[in-house]
Structures are given as C-alpha cells and as structure tokens.
Design a protein around this ligand. Structure first.
Ligand code: GLN
Length: 498
C-alpha cells in the first residue's frame, strides 16, 4: 500500500469512503510515522491504543453509513486542550500528571465528527512563548533544516515556532493529518509559517474556549493546522460552535468553509498596510509580500495600500494585556486543586513552594509582569492604557473594513525559523519581537490565516498572513487558496527517519 501519511485530509476522507483503505490502516500508518519521529519530540503523550480503538469504531460507522465529516481522520491535539482520561500538561511540570475528567468542547466536536486522537502534542509552557523552547519537556525540533550555500543540509536543529510547535511539527512531518492549536498572539500562525503549513486563528468567539487551559482569556482562540487550505477549512467547520459553557462563543451559523476554497477572488479588495513595512524588514520577507500581492492581483483581486496607524503600539499593549490576564488565570495553580503539590509549613508556604517548583522561568516572568501591571499605582499607567491602545487597534481595522477592504495581506513573521537556543538565551524581548505581525489580530479579535508563500535563501518556509473581517473566514479560505495554488505546497526532507 502506498504511504497513507502522504494523503491530504480530503484525500483520506474520500479514500476511506471508497474503502481503498480502512481507518485502522490509516491510523496505524500514522502511529508508525510517530514512532519513527521521536527525534522531533512533538508528542507529550502518544495514545496509540486509544487511536486504534477509535479508528475501529470509525470503520464500523463507515461500514454502516453513519460516518461523520472527519470519520477516521487521525489528528494531534495541543496539550492545552483537556482530554477526558488523557493526560493534559500544558507542557508544564505543575500539570505534569493532570488527567482531566472532562473533554474540551473543541475536541469533543472533533470526536463527535469521527476524528481519531493520535496523542497530545507539545507547546510552550502554558502557551507562553514563540519557539516551543519553554516546554518543561524539552524543545520540539522543526522538521525543516537550513540549506547551506552549496545546497547541503545544515543539521543545526531549528525551532518549529510556538507556542503550538508540536502541532505544527506533527502536521509538517506527516505524523498527523491535521492538528488542533491555540493562538493568543500568533501561536497558530507563526508555527504554521515556520513549518510550511496552513494555520488559521478564527474570529474571537468562533470556537469555544471551554476546557482549554487558559492563558489570556480575551485573546485565546482555538484553530486548526493542516497541509492544505481546503483541509484547514474542513477542520474549522468541526472546531467551530456556539457553546453555553463559554459565554464569549458566538451564536452565528458555521458556514461550509470548504465551499469557499476555489471561488473567484474577483471583486475582493485587499489592503496592504504601510505600517507593517517595519524598519529592518528583511528584503526576503518584503519580496515575499510583494509576490503575494502580485498573485492576488493576477487572480483578479483589487489591491490597495491602507494605513493602520496604531500598529507600532500593538506589541507592548499585547504583552501588558496578555501577562495581566495570565497572572490572574494562573492563580488557580496553587498545589491544592490541580496537579503538583510541594508541601510546606503552612498554606502560604505550600503555595510558594509549589509554584516555584511547578512553573518554568518564562511563566514566572509573565506572572510577575502581569501582577505588576495590575497593581495599585501602575494599573492606570500600564493596564488601562494598553486597553485603550487595544481599542484603537481594533478601530484601525474597522475603518479599513468600512472603507471596502475585504482582507489584509501582511507577512506572517519577521524571519524564517531560527535555531534552538538562538533567541532564548538572553533578552526575552528578542523573542517577543517575533510576534510583531501577529498580535494585532488577537487584540482586534479578527480571523488570521497563514499560508506558505515560498522559501528563504536558506531553504526554509516563509508564510503570508491574511487578516479578515470579523467572521470573514470564508474570504480567507478563498484568498489563501489562490496563494497556495501559486506558491505550491512545501514538504521537508524526512531526516528524522535515518
Ligand atoms: N508568542 C506569543 C506569546 O508568547 C504568543 C503566544 C500564543 O499565541 N499563545 O505570548
């Protein structure tokens, strides 16, 4: 049988329906691929027995005509989604042995539609990071390697991006057909760009956040990773739902996103914001952006320069709001209710010992920063001001959309994937600067999608980002497909199999 891990989700779905192979065979092929790829360190928990049992059930439903839209499709799930009876760590020691007695709404939707859980995948600790290096279980390695000037592969291990680095690496390395991730400031889009795959952060409220370990609740949103735009569209339909357990989820119909793939872009107007041409933007990224503009024009879209004047203030505002919310959300890890407990002399001592032992340095830094910006005396100067900036950023986008812009095209990241350790040693701000093109989307609550646009001079994937109107995901799938058709798909050399 040909390698079943090469299939797209749409191909696998059709092959299962046509009985070309079974769900158990498809799942087994992915389990074998995962076993051969432990060097990538993508998984925190592999669930092969559960996967095979779920696949066997899928085969039954396929046989009796009761197949769901994702029937038999093997997926990886970021270790931030609570999974009933399956360890959920948030890549943190403080939740190192936490087994939730409940299922997140998003993953419950996936299983109800027939998908198969291959396992939980690594992320930055509590989703705080942009490289997957803050995971308590070691860094994930990007399936891509740089090429030297002579074309030979440079074995320097690179980061897959973060925080959803395990999700992205698993999909790029063909260990899963798709994956679930979350995005608070870029954690779906930046890893998708670094690994040459498609990732979409939907509009805030499109997917339920219930059962997802919270980082910054007003910014967090779940979304899918896939190797094609169509596959991401199929997955998002299952992810999205209104949910009484998350009052910020929105009761608006979930469209058939896949129907938007392949539609004409004629009549759509794309905005190109001049403020994203930041100082020091690499010529390679600038050229990729121009290429994206040309592709969309050639397909019949109108392209216009626009202004989003408050863009330069987005990154500082994000790191104030995100850390403030994180400091509050993470107060629940006190050694009493969840996971790790390091007993102390009294209750306060127990809290302190547990939190000191359970949280890694980046999480501790953010709790301190967040507590500081919320403290009396600094609240108005930092937190309130950041909220005002957030409103202004949302208004910038609103004005552009009111002026006839259907979607905005910008780069996904300021650089291709970097080496493990290259940006994590000294100044944390160096890592935070990675998020310069992604955080605006979360602050404004908009949908953002990353599609591979080409490769760097060193042979690494580069991504283009499309930002849509609230609940305008369909336009992103239509436009993203045009970029995908022009740029082609990217696949890494499977060095990890050697
Ligand atoms: N890199 C950003 C941060 O560290 C985004 C993380 C995320 O989206 N979860 O906050």
């Amino acid at each position: 049988m040909s390698d079943l891990t090469k299939l797209t989700l749409a191909e696998a779905r059709d092959g299962l329906k046509a009985k070309s192979f079974s769900a158990v065979e498809l799942t087994r092929a992915h389990i074998e691929a995962i076993e051969a790829a432990r060097g990538i360190n993508a998984f925190t928990t592999e669930t092969p027995d559960k996967a095979l049992a779920m696949a066997a059930k899928s085969d039954e439903r396929l046989a009796n005509g009761r197949a769901g839209p994702l029937e038999g499709i093997p997926l990886a799930v970021k270790d931030l989604f609570c999974t009933d009876g399956v360890k959920t760590t948030a890549s943190s020691n403080i939740l190192g042995s936490f087994v939730p007695p409940y299922e997140s709404t998003v993953t419950a939707n996936l299983w109800a539609d027939g998908a198969v859980l291959l396992g939980k995948v690594s992320c930055d600790e509590f989703a705080m990071g942009g490289s997957n290096e803050t995971s308590a279980f070691g860094p994930v390695v990007n399936p891509w390697r740089r090429k030297g000037a002579d074309g030979s592969a440079d074995p320097t291990p690179l980061v897959p991006g973060g925080s959803s680095g395990g999700s992205a690496a698993a999909v790029a390395a063909h260990l899963a057909i798709g994956a679930a991730g979350t995005d608070t400031g870029g954690s779906i889009r930046q890893p998708a760009a670094f690994t040459g795959i498609v990732g979409i952060k939907p509009t805030y409220g499109r997917c339920s956040r219930w059962g997802i370990v919270a980082y910054a609740s007003s910014l967090d949103q779940a979304g899918p990773f896939a190797r094609t735009v169509e596959d991401a569209a199929i997955l998002l339909k299952s992810f999205a739902s209104v949910d009484g357990k998350d009052t910020t989820s929105v009761d608006t119909p979930v469209p058939d996103y896949a129907a938007a793939v392949g539609k004409s872009v004629k009549g759509l107007t794309i905005g190109v914001p001049k403020e994203y041409r930041v100082d020091g933007l690499s010529p390679e990224i600038a050229a990729l952006w121009d290429q994206g503009i040309e592709w969309l024009k050639a397909a019949g879209a109108n392209v216009r320069e626009i202004s989003l004047p408050h863009t330069p203030y987005a990154l500082p505002a994000y790191y104030i709001i995100a850390t403030a919310e994180a400091s509050s959300n993470l107060a629940r890890y006190d050694g009493v209710r969840y996971g790790l407990r390091v007993p102390g002399e009294d209750i306060v001592d127990t809290y302190e010992r547990t939190r000191a032992a359970g949280f890694g340095p980046e999480v501790r830094r953010r709790i301190m920063l967040g507590t500081y910006v919320l403290s009396a005396g600094y609240y108005d100067a930092y937190y309130v001001r950041a909220q005002k900036v957030r409103t202004l950023i949302a208004r910038d986008f609103e004005a552009a959309f009111n002026d006839g812009i259907d979607a905005v095209l910008v780069p996904a990241t300021p650089s291709p994937a970097f080496g493990i350790g290259e940006k994590s040693g000294g100044d944390p701000v160096e890592m935070y600067l990675q998020d310069v093109f992604t955080v605006t989307v979360n602050l404004a609550g908009l949908p953002g999608m990353v599609v591979p646009g080409g490769t760097s001079s060193t042979g690494l994937p580069l991504g283009l980002q499309l930002i849509g109107r609230p609940f305008g995901e369909e336009a992103l799938f239509t436009l993203g497909h045009v970029i995908e058709a022009a740029a082609g798909r990217l696949t890494p050399e499977p060095w990890w199999r050697d």
